[in-house]
Design a protein around this ligand. Structure first.
Ligand code: FAD
Length: 603
């Protein structure tokens, strides 16, 4: 078939003229996950390309504030095995224990590696890396609070991302900056062989063929109206996987961070409570003492978010609308605040006109982190269920927030995501090197799959100005729907209504009008494709939440308030086709130590 595709404002081109480039590995996403993998490959002289829809150092990793966990024991006694226990308990026992052991054991090595690559970690007087206490951390398997989070003030992600970018430039990684990935390309045997991407500035498509493809496209916080995420966090990689028939795992688990700026969403790092800040309600009561007598304000994020929501619901909220609580930091003193939390001080002055050294900050839970994602094993390979167990999809890898390894299970601990992205970025890089040794030649791509991707692109041609819906309007409605129907507390009835609403929005996507008033850039078309991705993920999230009839970690069902290990100690898998659900067992067996069997989770 000869297909023509419209690539910009009605201009057409035929498939024979489609520009093609070849690499050993295509990395989609230039956050910490993608860059750590690319570095591993470029240093081994692999021909690696990184595609990013924004300039690499604008990826959301840059916004990570509080730090990265590793049991260095610089401030208090610590041990990777305690870190492993805390992570499993934090995950409400849904995390896979082999992957968690691997991550916690590798952590110290990776922090020292980053230190030597140039990350300017904060220091103690002794010169050792400074570590702050974070939520859900304990010594000795549930004992006293630990201090495990290595920080570069409250700009840790910024330091890590810039360092990794510079290391990649040194190692000669090839960057395609401001290119938007649309769809994965396959061959007839189901090997993934690259992707169709769009150069945002010119609107011209480019086919990048590769022996291996790594998805590192980050999370989907833009599903919710009030969130801590960047505008670009639309879960594109997850939706690309869904469209190629790959299921998404554990999508019902979305983390709400307890301390977003009330009404605005910007994040106030957990490090603020780590440094000694605490939450109060309208009576000035330190209410976390009632919900988590032992860990108090440093209980797991799901626990603190629920406590705040209950305080507000029961009428103990602050402000004229009694719709938030206060984070008290002034008792820490100006010196500590401006040394350890300079970014937080800036943020709260800029957006709230509040100096935290003098007044408390209004906060409320806000959508933060996508625990679910593309199912992978601890080598970063994408794995799907087959008749007898699991099988990896040849040539396809995923790491970082778009992947579900699963080390975070039903609830991620603060400081574990920066760790996740470097640990599994490196692991995937290593496995790709092995794969490339065994698969030396480029395979023949299936031109039909290229055509399919081009047809998909044609769907979002700017010259089509006839629909009655706008991208902006639908995106706002989608985010509001998710906030109203799939938030901190959930019930069958609310989720059912939510599902109907998102399916209705899916239909209304057919009626979208795309007009690029600037007539210069492709922003309208890109935003339409991002919205299309968000809609698919909204359906995945609400459907998975509706089906899980228990409360576990971040998924809190008022109609099923207890965790049910008999029926629900399993990962969910959602398929786009027919909105079908499937399930697979949790790996309870670690690599070298004894398993931590599920027990009641109290903080
Ligand atoms: C405000 C904030 C603070 C945080 N603080 C911490 C913390 O202190 N500690 C911690 O452990 N975790 C923290 N997290 C979580 C952590 O930062 C993220 O989970 C992690 O950085 C994600 O990294 P990533 O590499 O997976 O993706 P990202 O850094 O989000 O990068 C995604 C990349 O994919 C690219 N991309 C996406 N879609 C496409 C497409 N269609 N085509 C081309 N490119 C595409 C983007 O351009 C980008 O380069 C925080 C998160 C937020 C939002």
């Amino acid at each position: 078939m000869v297909i023509t595709y419209r690539y910009k404002f009605g201009k057409s081109m035929s498939i024979e003229n489609l520009e093609r480039r070849r690499f050993d590995t295509l990395v989609i996403g230039a956050g910490g996950g993608g860059l750590r993998a690319a570095l591993q490959l470029a240093e081994a002289d692999t021909h690696v390309a990184v595609v990013s829809k924004v300039f690499p150092t604008r990826s959301h990793t840059v916004a990570a504030q509080g730090g990265m966990n590793a049991a260095l024991a610089n401030v208090l006694p610590d041990n990777w095995h305690w870190h492993m226990y805390d992570t499993i308990k934090g995950s409400d026992y849904l995390g896979d224990q082999d992957a968690i052991e691997y991550m916690c054991r590798s952590a110290a090595h990776l922090v020292y590696e980053l230190e030597h690559q140039g990350v300017p970690f904060s220091r103690m007087d002794s010169g050792k890396i400074y570590q702050r206490p974070f939520g859900g951390q304990s010594q000795n398997f549930g004992g006293e609070q630990a201090a495990r989070t290595c920080a570069a003030a409250d700009r840790t992600g910024h330091a890590i991302l810039h360092t990794l970018y510079q290391q990649n430039i040194r190692a000669k990684t090839h960057f395609f900056d401001e290119y938007f990935a649309i769809d994965l390309i396959k061959d007839k045997d189901g090997f993934i062989l690259g992707a169709l991407v769009l150069e945002i500035e010119t609107g011209e498509p480019l086919l990048i063929e590769a022996k291996t493809t790594l998805l590192a496209t980050g999370g989907a916080g833009q599903l919710f109206r009030t969130n801590t995420n960047a505008h670009i966090n639309t879960g594109d990689g997850l939706a690309m996987a869904l469209r190629s028939g790959i299921p998404l795992q554990d999508m019902e688990f979305f983390q709400f961070h307890p301390t977003g700026l009330a009404g605005k969403g910007m994040l106030i790092t957990e490090g603020a409570r780590g440094e000694g800040g605490y939450l109060v309600n309208k009576d000035g009561e330190r209410f976390m003492e009632r919900y988590a007598p032992h860990a108090k304000d440093l209980a797991s994020r799901d626990v603190v978010s629920r406590a705040i929501a209950i305080e507000v619901r029961e009428g103990r909220g602050c402000g004229p609308n009694a719709d938030h609580v206060m984070l008290k930091l002034d008792h820490l003193g100006r010196d500590v605040l401006y040394k350890r939390l300079p970014g937080i001080c800036d943020l709260s002055k800029t957006f709230m006109h509040i100096d935290p050294a003098e007044e408390s900050i209004p906060v409320f839970p806000t959508a933060h982190y996508t625990m679910g994602g593309i199912p992978t094993n601890r080598y970063g390979q994408v794995v799907v269920p087959v008749d007898q167990g699991e099988e990896s999809i040849p040539g396809l890898y995923a790491v970082g927030e778009c992947a579900c390894v699963s080390v975070h299970g039903a609830n991620r601990l603060g400081g574990n995501s920066l760790l996740d992205i470097v640990v599994f970025g490196r692991a995937a890089g290593n496995d790709i090197k092995k794969y490339l040794k065994e698969n030396r030649h480029h395979r023949q791509i299936d031109e039909e799959s290229v055509e399919q991707a081009l047809v998909h692109l044609n769907r979002w041609d700017e010259s089509d100005g006839n629909g009655s819906e706008t991208v902006y309007g639908l995106r706002a409605e989608l985010q509001k729907t998710m906030e109203d129907y799939c938030s901190v507390f959930r019930t069958e009835e609310i989720l059912q209504q939510g599902l109907e609403k998102v399916l209705e929005l899916e239909k209304r996507m057919n009626n979208v009008r795309i007009t690029d008033h600037s007539k210069v850039f492709n922003t309208a078309r890109i935003e339409a494709m991002e919205l299309e991705n968000l809609v698919d993920l909204a359906v995945a999230t609400v459907k998975s939440a509706l089906e899980r009839k228990e409360s576990r970690g971040a998924h809190s069902r008022m109609d099923y308030p207890d965790r049910d290990d008999v029926s629900w100690l399993k990962h969910s898998l959602y398929y786009k086709e027919g909105h079908r659900m499937d399930y697979k067992p949790v790996t309870l067996k670690p690599i070298s130590v004894d398993s931590f069997p599920p027990k009641p989770r109290v903080y």
